[in-house]
Ligand binder design. Sequence first.
Ligand code: SAM
Ligand code: SF4
Length: 345
Amino acid sequence: MDLTAQNISKTAPEAPMIDPFGRAITYLRVSVTDRCDFRCTYCMAEHMTFLPKKDLLSLEELDRLCSTFIDKGVRKIRLTGGEPLVRKNIMHLIGSLSRHIEADRLDELTLTTNGSQLARYAEELAACGIKRINVSLDTLDAEKFKTITRWGDLAQVLRGIDAAQKAGLHIKLNAVALKGFNDHEIPDMLRWAHGRGMDMTLIETMPMGEIDLDRTDQYLPLSMLRASLARQFTMTDIPYQTGGPARYVQIAETGGRLGFITPMTHNFCESCNRVRITCTGTLYMCLGQEDAADLREPLRASTDNALLSEAIDNAILRKPKGHDFIIDRRNNRPAVSRHMSVTGG
Ligand code: SAM
Ligand code: SF4
């Protein structure tokens, strides 16, 4: 089927989905594949068992699922993974979903990527109406980059960032703060990012899925990193929002913005507007809880969206108040068994 030929619902969006805690659900993150061309040590084990390809939703099914969420009031969609740009024919899905932006039914279509395929896709992404993307980059040192990603090549990612900026895409850099690994490098990365007109966001490691390392060795509370950055930079809290969980400061010395995503030290759940679907159509109402709803069966049960819509409504009613991530020596187990690559962060 030609994805671009899929209809845009003529009906006005329903009232937004509201969860039991009064939060409107307007943001959908879609993991289009759990596979990746990197093996970041905090995200995956080196040898991973991925979902069987036969269990994956087709691009047409992903489109229908996303479009149903848009019908139900979602205004922002982020494609993620795994690495979203390694999913075969992913540009078909992106091109097709962009019709909702043109029709003013979606405020933003964006993606989070490791940047490895950006040199190839930057122009096409911009042509599809994508304005901003997040690129994950934890270090600017080529050796360390190899260590942390196991399989990645820094030069390739930097070429991707160049291509994306040349194509007019705004980039936000995401770096996971890792104790003893990149904490000392963050000031230089910040100057580099801001010097190129990119915002930057720091993320605390979350205890998701078994990895080969001990997370307590990696975990660095951002409150500590922030205190040490404050000795070098003048930081002012600003109300800037991108629809996600980051809290931003303006840095006087560089003129750029720095965001903090602090799931561990500051639970941000009270303003959560997000749900996530996996590439097999499982809906997770919270990144940090195991409860989930299968949407693949109602999706496939009929061509009409009534069953699907009902399954989504029932799931939203079960959205929990929040997560309870803990990383310390006594709780050295993943809070949830799945890896971040399943739901895509
Ligand atoms: N492959 C893409 C990328 O790396 O940008 C998209 C998927 S990746 C799972 C999304 C984000 O989650 C990345 O910024 C990554 O650094 C972050 N991430 C992965 N595992 C994490 C963990 N256990 N705790 C915190 N962030 C994590
Ligand atoms: Fe792949 Fe992104 Fe996970 Fe790294 S963080 S292994 S790039 S999915």
